[in-house]
Design a protein around this ligand. Sequence first.
Ligand code: GLN
Length: 186
Amino acid sequence: MNIGVLAIQGDIEEQEEMVRKIGHTPVRVRRVEDLSKVEALIIPGGESTTIGKLMEKYGFMEVLRGGDIPILGICAGMVLLSKDVIGKKPPLLGLMNIVVRRNAYGSQRESFEDDIYFNGEKIRGIFIRAPVVEKILSDKVEVIAKEGDNIVGVREGKYMAVAFHPELSEDGYKVYEYFVEEVCSP
Ligand code: GLN
């Protein structure tokens, strides 16, 4: 499968490495035209305000909102996929029926690691100024990851979002496998 990595901002190379690790081909997506070469898209972490504004400027918002390409949103990508945001609101894709709180762990825990439950399995979660899902707006949304009581992973149809950075942990490839096996080709 050709899996696109939105190459606007964030740790693009680490995403590409993970895609290769699970046996697929990463393709950098810089312009809307590049979407025609991919069967799925990863939106990496970064600064959701910056990424959102550039996505708007380059025309990604319209195309992705109207299309049927499966998307995995990571951290800032989770924010961008959401319907609404508590805190400063960047331009949103609004494709998932969730409300997220940006920088939900506050300045005290800007970045940290913790065991999380992902798809019923314990894996390591690396959180960097992470959001959490505060509210679920539809029963089509399935919770797939939790850190303590916090919802840090969700899926809805062909969209999936995680608040942590699976590209930075050893067992994080399981998140990409889940995306390909369960979300892209259920
Ligand atoms: N705090 C960032 C935001 O809301 C996300 C951080 C990240 O992607 N690591 O945009």
